[in-house]
Design a protein around this ligand. Structure first.
Ligand SMILES: Cc1cc2nc3c(=O)[nH]c(=O)nc-3n(C[C@H](O)[C@H](O)[C@H](O)COP(=O)(O)OP(=O)(O)OC[C@H]3O[C@@H](n4cnc5c(N)ncnc54)[C@H](O)[C@@H]3O)c2cc1C
Length: 499
């Protein structure tokens, strides 16, 4: 291998870049990862044989390149016997997610069914209907904030009932302080008209293939999933990278990026295994570390760029894994357990945002099939009241919240664990409006390539993070020094709000 690529971070973006380099070039990737695990936010946590997916990661992409890449690493297995006896496989999962509100389950995305009307009551439904008709006739003119975006799509009343509280739980700031861009990227083409059309089509639909490209992302009904959770795929990728000559160094926290003219020449990192600062040079530098930290570690940055970078904000995340004898909420059919993969908790009196039921993601995530293994998701800021609780305090707090909204009986809790993940959501507020200046600044360093979610401060899913890495390697292979095609991922027309 003639040249080296230094890669910061062993999440999906960093590992994809390394894989693409070892399989398509003779450039040697050397990854530095600050934690002792693989997969970044898309890791699998193994707690006493029970596995947690801290985000609830559907493996679904509109990109064939990504879908084929995943299936090349872990092939899809649909034969029930082979699923039992083979480890390195993807399984196909049905998606069910609902909203828990007023101690009832509502469809997600919310559907205008008789059941919804019954549960919401005539008065609420009338208000929702009138405010929706109103916004159709008097459209919101200047859609600047997320609140404008929701109201323009759904009407004020539906926004207040189903979107406002949950979104504010996620971001910790009012919707009228968040850029509408977030809605355009995340809610994408979803609208009431589309939800109705989708429900009607469902009645006659026979196509259950996994390529559901015409379906808006939020509506996708089935997805691929590694047998042992998302981290399994990334552990597999890491093995291939190492077998083919790449290196992965854990507990190595990249602190400084040394530049000279328009090149990065080296990085400095703290090797937490030995507590020594070390330095390494390279030919290419891929960064998936948060932009805020990257800029603060660069020399000769102007004060203006430093200020913008230090004003970038992130939302942090805590998941509580709880092992239970059973849930208090019961399915309406003969199943033992409700079938949801995850549940949005809209109840206003709790801070709990979502519940993951890991049994329904993959039964192989759970050691004892008689138990129910769930994850409770809390959104917070590093250092705030929630983040500062001890593990035991947090566990008790979460159990109390879950019991108070009638999802469990406290006496059914067998065990629990608390996992904290900093910087899970790059925020579209703070100094985000000035982000283009940072982009222009980093783009001038020819051999510095920003990829991934926090790496580009973009609300990317795994597939987008991976595509940025793939395109970055394409560029090296093709001798293309422009980086705009990397920045274009997840901002193409088809991902934006349809006018
Ligand atoms: C709640 C939730 C649900 C999600 N659901 C889905 C889903 O259903 N489907 C989907 O595809 N995606 C989903 N995602 C998104 C997915 O988790 C991310 O897109 C993906 O993990 C991003 O990969 P990445 O490599 O860009 O970043 P990360 O996963 O953040 O990896 C970055 C890595 O860099 C390391 N690092 C950071 N700083 C340094 C440093 N200074 N030195 C060395 N290493 C460093 C980190 O430790 C980390 O390992 C979800 C995310 C969340 C939070």
């Amino acid at each position: 291998m003639s040249k080296t690529a230094i890669i910061i971070g062993a999440g999906p973006a960093g590992l994809t870049a390394a894989y693409e380099l070892v399989t398509r070039t003779d450039i040697k990737p050397i990854i530095f990862e600050t934690t002792d695990y693989l997969g970044g936010i898309s890791r699998t946590v193994n707690y006493k044989g029970n596995r947690m997916d801290i985000g609830g990661h559907r493996f679904f992409s509109k990109s064939d390149r990504v879908m084929n890449w995943w299936l090349n690493i872990l092939p899809l297995e649909e034969n029930a016997e082979k699923v039992l006896s083979t480890s390195k496989i993807m399984i196909l999962r049905k998606r069910l997610s609902r909203i828990y509100f007023l101690r009832n389950f509502f469809d997600y995305p919310i559907s205008l069914s008789f059941d919804t009307i019954k549960k919401l009551g005539f008065w609420r439904i009338s208000k929702i209907g009138f405010s929706y008709i109103k916004v159709q006739n008097f459209p919101v003119k200047n859609i600047k904030t997320l609140e404008d975006f929701f109201i323009s799509r759904f009407g004020r009343e539906l926004y207040k009932t189903f979107f406002k509280d949950y979104t504010e739980k996620v971001w910790g700031v009012p919707c009228n302080e968040i850029s509408a861009e977030w809605g355009a990227q995340r809610i994408k083409g979803l609208s009431i008209t589309k939800a109705i059309v989708h429900a009607a089509k469902n009645l006659v639909k026979t196509d259950k293939s996994i390529s559901q490209k015409n379906v808006e992302t939020t509506l996708i009904e089935q997805f691929l999933y590694p047998k042992f959770g998302p981290g399994q795929l990334w552990e597999e990728v890491a093995e291939i990278v190492k077998q083919k000559g790449g290196e992965i160094h854990f507990n190595c926290d990249v602190k400084q990026i040394e530049t000279s003219n328009n090149q990065v020449v080296a990085i400095k990192y703290l090797d937490k295994n030995t507590n020594h600062e070390k330095s390494i040079s390279g030919d290419y530098f891929f960064s998936t570390m948060p932009v805020k930290d990257l800029i603060s570690g660069m020399n000769s940055v102007s004060q203006n760029i430093r200020n913008i970078a230090s004003g970038l904000q992130y939302r942090d995340f805590i998941t509580v894994g709880l092992l239970l004898n059973k849930l208090k909420v019961k399915p309406q059919n003969s199943e033992k357990l409700i079938q949801d993969n995850w549940i949005y908790v809209q109840e206003r009196e709790v801070k709990l945002g979502r519940i993951q039921i890991f049994n329904n993601w993959s039964p192989f995530m759970v050691q004892d099939a008689e138990k129910v293994w769930i994850g409770l998701e809390y959104f917070c800021y590093e250092g705030d009241e929630l983040w500062s609780k001890t593990e035991e305090e947090f566990k008790q707090f979460a159990i109390q919240e879950l019991a108070s909204i009638d999802i469990i009986e406290k006496s059914d809790v067998v065990d629990g664990v608390v996992i904290k993940m900093p910087k899970t959501y790059p925020a579209y507020f703070g100094t985000y409006a000035e982000f283009h200046q940072i982009k222009n600044y980093v783009n001038q360093f020819e051999n510095l390539i920003l990829i991934g979610r926090n790496g580009m401060h973009k609300y990317n899913n795994q597939d987008h993070s991976m595509l940025t890495a793939m395109i970055a390697v394409d560029n090296i292979i093709n001798g293309n020094k422009q980086k705009e095609n990397i920045w274009q991922v997840n901002s193409e027309e088809e991902y934006h709000e349809k006018k």
